[in-house]
Design a protein around this ligand. Structure first.
Ligand SMILES: Cc1cc2nc3c(=O)[nH]c(=O)nc-3n(C[C@H](O)[C@H](O)[C@H](O)COP(=O)(O)OP(=O)(O)OC[C@H]3O[C@@H](n4cnc5c(N)ncnc54)[C@H](O)[C@@H]3O)c2cc1C
Length: 314
């Protein structure tokens, strides 16, 4: 079937996000095969339509008016166990992959246990991680589709340029992650289970249950705070509030007393100040207004700039 026949019109996007917010895609396609991806991109270029990519939708805020272009949802979900390697399609669910690596006695993805809907492609792009572990730590190679060159390419671990919540793929949006080979660490069931249980406990007690997109802002580097606000840096030291050289954005938002602040249906979570939750009828505008309010308050009070971790799609 020609790709044009597979493209649907006016598809509501909110159900494809963990925030449950966002209007329709003007055009929408789920791609499972390499050829489909290349053809869908070619179709969008020919028809002069903007191209958007979606994985599990667990890190995005989609505009209330929807997205005026072609939304390509990466749905190549295959996962192959080549112990100690795992080869995963970009659309493979992180949760499903963790269940398989856990069963295979391989450690490396436990940080992600309990995150709803995330895909491996999204995790590689943003170098997602938690509790001192990051996706990039276990990435051996990544296969991407280069939109500018119209071809698939392989990236070695080194070429991925992983850093805190970033990678070469995030810096260069023309590089679309198609697949990843992870090389994981053999570990005992006790070690893996204990990591998973500890992390899950932290998520259960410290994170909200209402719809969200995870942490809204990136954490800050202590050294950057020290440069702009030594008094704040001193206070952070006294409070013992650094982890791995970083200070939680949530710590500052909490110190500013903003937990519970609500605009429309969007609310700063009482469980974790770096989460904004959708209390039922939040619009994208409610969330954006709350984001801007937080940034202004934090700048005014602490002289530091918060930077979004979530991706605002419009
Ligand atoms: C309750 C909750 C807890 C969370 N906890 C954490 C956490 O502990 N640590 C953490 O790092 N994150 C966390 N997140 C955020 C999120 O799960 C991760 O950022 C995840 O990696 C996003 O993957 P995704 O497939 O959902 O990406 P999406 O949300 O679908 O997309 C995010 C961005 O990546 C782009 N993208 C998606 N797939 C690809 C691809 N294959 N190639 C190129 N670009 C792509 C999209 O265009 C978009 O710009 C949490 C989210 C929730 C809801």
């Amino acid at each position: 079937m020609p790709v044009g026949d597979k493209i649907k019109k006016d598809i509501p996007l909110a159900p494809f996000t963990t925030f449950k917010i966002g209007g329709p895609a003007r055009f929408f396609i789920e791609v499972k095969e390499k050829e489909e991806l290349a053809e869908a991109i070619e179709w969008a270029k020919k028809n002069d339509e903007k191209i958007y990519f979606l994985g599990g939708g667990s890190n995005v805020l989609i505009n209330d008016d929807g997205l005026p272009g072609l939304v390509i949802r990466l749905s190549n979900r295959e996962v192959a166990n080549l112990n100690p390697r795992f080869h995963c399609g970009a659309g493979a669910s992180l949760a499903y992959t963790i269940s398989l690596t856990r069963g295979a006695g391989l450690s490396g993805l436990e940080w992600g246990f309990g995150i709803p809907l995330a895909t491996l492609g999204g995790c590689v792009r943003g170098n997602a991680g938690a509790f001192g572990m990051e996706t990039g730590d276990y990435v051996e190679t990544v296969e991407v589709y280069n939109i500018k060159k119209n071809k698939f390419e392989m990236f070695s671990h080194k070429e991925c340029n992983f850093s805190y919540r970033s990678s070469i793929f995030k810096e260069n949006p023309e590089l679309i992650v198609w697949g990843v080979t992870l090389k994981l660490k053999p570990a005992s069931a006790e070690e893996i289970n204990s990591l998973i249980e500890n992390n899950l406990k932290k998520r259960d007690t410290g994170q909200p249950k209402l719809p969200s997109a995870g942490s809204v802002f990136k954490n800050l580097f202590f050294d950057d705070i020290l440069k702009v606000n030594p008094a704040l840096a001193e206070f952070i030291k006294e409070q013992d509030a650094t982890k791995g050289g970083k200070v939680g954005a949530g710590f500052l938002i909490d110190q500013r007393g903003l937990k519970g602040k609500t605009i429309g249906g969007a609310k700063i979570s009482l469980e974790h100040a770096n989460f904004i939750v959708n209390t039922g009828r939040a619009t994208s505008k409610d969330v954006l207004d709350l984001i801007n309010f937080i940034k202004e308050e934090i700048k005014l009070r602490f002289k530091v700039d918060l930077e979004e971790e979530i991706v605002i799609m419009k």
